[in-house]
Design a protein. Structure first.
Length: 574
């Protein structure tokens, strides 16, 4: 499997592999000291050992040696990882350890003068330092403490192998794979184990599914693999990821349909894998199923579908979607293939769900920011035009104004300028959410003069429209605080607008300010319908609404804090 090395040659044989050693690779002394190996051997002695060793490189999945090969050389892992795979009595291959940089391998058979006790497989690109048996024996005679150090390494390896093997067996029992492991071939068991390791380390949903697709292709028939999620409360199927061995795909990769009436409805009811042995026959029996007809046009003739089941609290289980494997030949899938397919689904389920949720949140955030930016940008020009026209009228370009007209226009300009500033803040909202937008704090901000009074001016028209009155009570109306007055004014204006929107006509709005323990508080109260405490979790979610008929009459604002008190609505900034 590697172009750079043979399976089990001597490290001194040029044909054994590439002898190049990377200049960036750490020294043997550095690795041993990091792992506390050979603590009683000085650096010079370890340097002598390293001088007698030869670098060998292996590509991913290359075999360093096979179980039963002659154990005439040993090695230290310098870069990458090496899997230690043991064949059980029944032929099942079990991974008993993974050697990491600085760990010694191949010493069991070497010291016992027996054959290799396990197969060694490269995980990723691997570099080792190898030394043949005769040279190592001579060096052990020359370097005091080297023999004791090797025995210590061997003891450590025995403990590590036992611990790793126990963890593997516990995992198999924990997820109910005892029967599966007993019926799988060595290659299939190794594939399941490898999938488990790789999926846990994957960074994206595509990386997970690409690896699963390649693994399944090596072990059986798989011309197309599709990942489908349940959405809209489990009523709708959404195809999220697809790969195939052919082109073009006639059934779109982002295909959607209702669950009811689809073949996957049966899979969900059975809560286990289902084989469609003959898609042509299924299409004849279900002529209205469009997706099956498209699969037939792609040349597919049979498929297996397995549910992705996630275990929750109190041993509850829920299905989040399905993994569907299809082939172009009829009758290639059997009960064993279905069992193996379900085992893969069980292995990848939690990782798939986590990656899917992260990608959905990332996409939603991106879409939200784009829409917010578009709307804000579209509002900016007309509001700026209104402000300009108002200023022209104030300067007398359209004739003289009386005192009342001047006052109204000045208020209109003030509101327009506030809205323009607010639009810019919304344009920067994405910066606020990724914590790159910082508050601009000022000392000795007059809370009443710089925050509350300007906010009340902005809502004056709305107050008059609903004939509401404001009662502002403060322990100190000249209260000076440290804050960002611009951001606090935005928050307060939002609270006041909601207090008007959800308050009673001819009702009252109260503003209370106070200071204690180097904190200041602003509370806004109105005579509103209130809501149930159970609905508080919806308050800070984007685009969410409180499920109350009285509130639904008005458009909602998202980022307000509401609290129902005896049928009233109380809002607060702290």
């Amino acid at each position: 499997m590697s172009a750079n090395t043979s399976s089990a040659g001597s490290p001194n044989d040029p044909a054994s592999g590439n002898q190049h050693r990377s200049n960036e690779m750490p020294s043997l002394v550095t690795l041993f000291r990091e792992r506390n190996f050979f603590p009683n051997v000085d650096d010079e002695a370890i340097g002598q050992l390293e001088a007698q060793m030869h670098a060998r490189t292996y590509s991913d999945k290359a075999i360093l040696c096979k179980e039963g090969d002659a154990a005439d050389w040993t090695f230290v892992v310098m870069q990458g990882e090496v899997e230690v795979i043991k064949t059980a009595v029944n032929g099942t291959m079990i991974q008993v350890n993974v050697l990491k940089p600085g760990e010694w391998g191949g010493i069991m058979g070497l010291l016992g003068q027996g054959p290799r006790m396990a197969r060694l497989l490269a995980r990723g690109d691997v570099i080792i330092l190898a030394i043949e048996h005769g040279r190592l024996v001579r060096l052990m005679d020359q370097v005091p403490g080297l023999s004791a150090g090797l025995l210590t390494c061997m003891g450590s390896r025995i403990r590590d192998d036992a611990t790793h093997l126990l963890a593997t067996l516990q995992y198999v029992r924990a997820i109910g794979l005892d029967d599966i492991a007993a019926h799988c071939s060595p290659h299939e068991r190794l594939m399941l184990d490898t999938v488990r390791h790789r999926v846990a380390a994957a960074e994206s949903l595509s990386e997970i599914m690409d690896f699963v697709f390649e693994s399944i292709k090596q072990e059986g028939h798989c011309d197309r693999l599709t990942l489908v999620f349940l959405e809209d409360g489990g009523a709708r199927l959404v195809s999220y990821w697809t790969r195939a061995t052919y082109e073009p795909l006639i059934l779109p990769a982002d295909y959607q349909c209702d669950l009811v009436g689809s073949p996957l409805e049966k899979v969900l009811q059975r809560k286990g894998p289902t084989i469609s042995h003959n898609l042509e026959e299924y299409a004849r029996q279900h002529p209205d199923h469009w997706a099956t007809r498209q699969k037939l046009r792609e040349g597919l003739r049979t498929s297996i579908a397995s549910p992705l089941v996630i275990s929750g609290r109190s041993h509850s289980k829920r299905t989040i979607g399905f993994i569907i494997r299809s082939a172009r030949k009829v009758g290639v899938y059997n009960a064993h293939e279905a069992m193996l397919h379900q085992a893969i689904a069980d292995n990848i389920g939690p990782a798939v769900e986590k990656a899917y949720q992260i990608e959905q949140l990332t996409r939603a955030n991106h879409d939200y920011s784009e829409v917010l930016g578009f709307i804000s940008h579209e509002l900016q020009s007309p509001i700026a035009s209104i402000v300009t026209n108002d200023r022209l009228m104030l300067e007398g370009y359209l004739g003289e104004l009386n005192e009342k007209q001047t006052d109204k226009l000045q208020r209109s300009v003030s509101k327009g300028e506030y809205l323009l500033g607010l639009i810019q803040d919304y344009l920067n909202l994405s910066q606020l959410e990724n914590v790159s937008l910082k508050a601009q704090f000022s000392d000795d901000v007059q809370l009443g003069h710089e925050v509350i009074e300007p906010a009340l001016e902005l809502i004056e028209t709305e107050l008059e429209a609903k004939q509401m009155r404001v009662d502002w009570i403060s322990s100190d109306k000249l209260l000076q605080v440290r804050c960002d007055p611009r951001l606090i004014k935005i928050a307060l204006t939002n609270l006041l607008m909601d207090a008007i929107k959800y308050g009673k006509e001819n009702g009252e709005i109260r503003i209370r300010t106070s200071e204690e323990e180097q904190q200041f508080h602003i509370a806004v109260w109105n005579e509103g319908p209130g809501f149930y405490p159970s609905q508080r979790t919806k308050l800070f979610k984007k685009f969410s609404r409180i499920d109350d008929p009285a509130l639904k009459k008005e458009k909602g604002r998202k980022r307000d804090r509401h609290r129902a008190v005896h049928g009233m609505a109380d809002y607060a900034i702290a």
